[in-house]
Design a binder for this molecule. Structure first.
Ligand SMILES: NC(=O)c1ccc[n+]([C@@H]2O[C@H](COP(=O)([O-])OP(=O)(O)OC[C@H]3O[C@@H](n4cnc5c(N)ncnc54)[C@H](O)[C@@H]3O)[C@@H](O)[C@H]2O)c1
Ligand SMILES: O=P(O)(O)OC[C@H]1O[C@H](O[C@H]2[C@H](O)[C@@H](O)[C@@H](O)O[C@@H]2CO)[C@H](O)[C@@H](O)[C@@H]1O
Ligand SMILES: [Mn+2]
Length: 441
């Protein structure tokens, strides 16, 4: 059986330990020959790399594992490149979230002004990285998690129009399916969802029982109405995530047709959400005080002990497992189904063909084949056309260095929705991002 060469871009990510453990756990189903971590911050990546050396010696001794800051070393002869960079790092995420909130508007990692701030930085870094990758591995599959996936996907669609081996992925829809399965008391693999939207802005129209074909959405609606989208069923454990998952109940009360992605709450209730966010302590701060500290403390303990000890805990969420399953589907042409970000081309019949939409796809060696959703109702169409236009205008601003297009993107975004506020926030973000953004004139 062929063994694959994989590179993880953003080796210093707080998710990399999850990937290392998942690769060790899934080595029979997705065998590796070589795994290389790459990061532009060698100091941040080093403890993660040292952890990997200790873990793989115990759990995957035949694996050729290394970590580097040298693109040539990272990218040559690769079969799959997993991308999970954070352009600007977590300290810029703090600014992405704090600055809009200081104007009374939502500051969020991937949504609204915060997401657009992050998006322009990601366009710069992702375009540069993928051109570099293609110099060394012209045929590698590039599987991207780097956010904001909606804006990154639109930019890569324009930058690499003929490159059919770039796939943008989000794990949130799968995590909603996993949480829903716990409400239903079934295995999440027994659920067969129908989904439509943009990244971080979508809905489940059906949740079929894969065995019987029954649509379980009415049952889910009833359970959530009675018990809520219970926090203990949420993939996330941090306070802000528990609130986000719990909010699904409110959304289902107001808009019962479809089961929402947890992110929809920001777009449907922007005033409520903004009024419940602390401008001085946001999710970025929670991550810096939480996950980031936990990850690097675990590395420190394992490096100090020189062995893994009891750290090889199973991975409970979708993140790494989903990405590896996506690579498997391509490698072995399994034609499995995944919710992926793809060019619309009629999948959502009444949305423009060149929108990067998130729908269920069949995935194999020839790439994703979207399952057709058909026309979506006017309410959802109105929301999504506004959002996809905002995202497209932001990518216009990136390519044209256009302040005007950026102002239009900010004004059109439902989480800002006011030209004077948009200008104030845009000007503040131009200052905060400096040369990490393209110059806007
Ligand atoms: N698509 C999804 O559903 C999904 C899920 C979870 C996380 N993410 C994304 O994954 C990424 C990592 O998240 P995190 O919280 O672990 O971030 P993090 O800040 O902990 O780590 C990101 C790493 O990327 C590195 N990096 C930054 N710019 C780079 C570049 N140009 N080339 C190579 N490396 C670079 C940083 O040095 C850092 O080590 C973020 O973009 C996050 O939004 C996406
Ligand atoms: O606020 P963060 O950094 O904790 O999370 C932001 C990301 O949230 C989603 O990914 C979740 C995923 O849904 C969950 O199962 C688990 O893997 O944690 C991830 C990070 O919390 C979202 O899909 C990503 O795009 C966000 O970056
Ligand atoms: Mn996501």
């Amino acid at each position: 059986m062929k063994k694959y060469n994989v590179c993880i871009v953003g080796g210093g990510s707080t998710y990399t330990l999850g990937f290392l453990k998942s690769f060790a756990r899934m080595q029979e189903e997705f065998p590796l020959n070589k795994l290389v971590l790459f990061d532009i911050d060698g100091e941040r990546q080093k403890p993660i790399g040292q952890y990997g050396e200790i873990m793989f010696k115990e759990r995957y001794p035949e694996l050729d594992f290394s970590y580097t800051t040298d693109p040539a070393e990272a990218y040559k002869d690769m079969d799959f490149i997993f991308m999970q960079m954070r352009a600007g790092g977590l300290h810029m995420r703090q600014k992405d979230e704090h600055i809009p909130l200081s104007f009374g508007k939502i500051g969020q990692e991937t949504c609204g002004a915060g997401g657009m701030s992050y998006g322009l930085r990601s366009c710069v870094d992702m375009v540069e990285a993928i051109h570099q990758i293609r110099e060394y591995s012209p045929e590698a599959w590039i599987l991207n998690y780097s956010n904001p996936a909606a804006i990154v996907a639109e930019c890569l669609r324009r930058e690499f129009p003929d490159d059919k081996k770039i796939l943008n992925i989000c794990d949130q829809p799968e995590n909603v399916v996993r949480s829903t399965s716990r409400l239903l008391g079934c295995d999440w693999n027994d659920l067969d969802p129908v989904y439509f939207g943009l990244n971080h802005y979508g809905w489940f129209t059906h949740m079929y029982d894969r065995k019987t074909g029954e649509d379980l959405l009415p049952k889910i609606r009833q359970i959530v109405k009675e018990k809520g989208f219970l926090p203990q069923d949420a993939e996330q454990r941090d306070k802000s995530w528990l609130e986000t998952y719990g909010f699904v109940q409110t959304m289902l009360e107001d808009f019962p047709d479809y089961l929402p992605n947890t992110y929809d709450g920001y777009y449907l209730y922007p005033e409520y959400k903004a009024s419940h966010l602390n401008p001085n302590y946001t999710r970025a701060d929670e991550v810096i005080d939480g996950r980031e500290k936990r990850v690097f403390k675990e590395c420190e303990e394992v490096i100090k002990a020189g062995k893994l000890g009891d750290k090889f805990h199973a991975i409970s969420d979708a993140h790494a497992e989903m990405m590896i399953k996506v690579a498997e589907a391509i490698a072995f042409n399994t034609l499995g189904r995944f919710i992926l970000i793809v060019e619309n081309n009629g999948a959502i019949a009444n949305m423009q063909d060149d929108a990067m939409v998130e729908v269920v796809c069949e995935l194999g060696i020839n790439g994703p084949r979207p399952l057709r959703v058909g026309n979506i109702p006017q309410f959802y169409l109105g929301l999504l056309v506004q959002q996809v236009s905002s995202e497209k205008l932001l990518v216009d601003a990136y390519y044209e260095h256009s302040y005007q297009k950026a102002l239009e993107a900010f004004t059109l975004n439902r989480l800002i929705n006011d030209a004077k506020e948009a200008r104030k926030i845009l000007d503040a973000l131009i200052e905060a991002n400096g040369d990490q953004w393209p110059e806007l004139k």
